[in-house]
Design a protein around this ligand. Sequence first.
Ligand code: CA
Length: 222
Amino acid sequence: MHVLLVEDDVILSDGIARALTSQGMAVDILNNGNDVEIALQRNSVSMMILDIGLPGIDGFEVVRRLRRRGNQIPVLLLTARDALQDRVHGLELGADDYLVKPFATPELIARVKALIRRSSPNPLELHIGGLSLDTFSKRARVNGSNLELSVREWAVLEYLMHQSSRVVSKQQIIDAILPWGEELTLNAVEVYVSRIRLKITDANIAIRTIRGFGYMLELKAA
Ligand code: CA
């Protein structure tokens, strides 16, 4: 799950990003409204947290432009004060929800998850062979037994499950699971995949190596 966070207060955006990352989400941060459209083209973003008071075009204008172009990405507005007309204006323009600063982190996380769940084009439960992933509660099971995965292993496996029976490159995996600015080597992806393979040996699933390119996750032939 990718969240785009548009907030010019660096301390606040760092805090929000850390909270969401700890929930297994990838977070891209922008400090102004002008770059939102480019950011949305660069990554598949699940939802956006949008401050109203921004340098450049403000949060209201960002929402107005997105909706005018038919972009329905879920938007959670952050308002600096509990001004009724701000909230009403934001919702009328097409924002989905709002939070008044200062807010409690657990409430933010709950609202972000609720917006993603309501709009998710992907199934919340992924099943292949004996493996199932609940992408909302972040629980993985092999043949009904809980599977322990690190945050990165989870992200790699979830991506491979979404792309099952398709060949994906190591770079595609990196792009899908990392926020901008963070780096991961191709070797690290290999390490995650080998760890995942060991953990799902009983699931009747193969993660095939496509030499010099990447991987394909598929059901093992009977
Ligand atoms: Ca601001």
